[in-house]
Design a protein around this ligand. Sequence first.
Ligand SMILES: Nc1ncnc2c1ncn2[C@@H]1O[C@H](COP(=O)(O)OP(=O)(O)OP(=O)(O)O)[C@@H](O)[C@H]1O
Length: 254
Amino acid sequence: MIRTEDLHKSFDGVEVLKGITTEFYQGKTNLIIGRSGAGKTVLLKLLVGLFRPTSGRVWYDDVDLYSLNKKQLRNIRMQVGMLFQGSALFDSMTVEENVRFPLDMFTNKTRKEKLDRVNYCLERVNLEGVNSKFPSETSGGMQKRVGIARSIVLGPKYLFCDEPNSGLDPKTSIVIDELIKSITEEQNITTVINTHDMNSVMEIGENIVLLSNGQIAWRGNKSEVLTSDSDTLRDFIFASPFLQKLRSTALEKE
Ligand SMILES: Nc1ncnc2c1ncn2[C@@H]1O[C@H](COP(=O)(O)OP(=O)(O)OP(=O)(O)O)[C@@H](O)[C@H]1O
């Protein structure tokens, strides 16, 4: 589990996060949602340790992230997988080399052990046999799956995904969402996903944190979305008249 405790973050005196206290559960897909500028990326960066909070704490289970020295931080980082927006693959490396990269960086495994692990992860994302292709020779959805294989190659306890569906069509997005959810469950990972995607909210929203103006405006799961009486949530999720009508119809049928 990851827990934040009264997290504040300011830039040049402007407060962007105003006291975030919440929990992200193990074995679940935890979603951070909210309008542009709400503070989602800043929160994700604080969770990963890319920014320091102005005040407050981030707990990885019983470890206080911002009290760690460099060596302890490196140990925690080895337990963290990251899936970046746009996949962030190295263009000059093959798929195999991309997925192997964290193993080369952080482990002393033999070449054979690394290859076995890479092949296992590629198989897990249904990409066996593409080892020698370059990212430019694969589709956006395949690149995303290579990114997922790379993010799980070290067997992370914690997985952070920044807009995993950006640039993907709705069907491929669902495939990626389902893949992240099933890997999260099967490997009991604490997965935190920053997303704008309403399909993701309704498909894999097991613990949803809605940020608005740097604060938590609502928290719940996908089945609570439809019936919530939070105005902020309703304005965000059911932004179009079409979706508002769909919601009213669903509520009438209850
Ligand atoms: N490094 C920074 N320095 C100064 N201000 C920043 C910095 N990073 C973010 N901000 C500000 O923090 C606020 C929240 O930004 P953030 O990127 O977290 O929003 P977001 O919810 O992720 O939006 P989007 O969905 O558009 O990515 C914005 O007003 C932004 O300008």
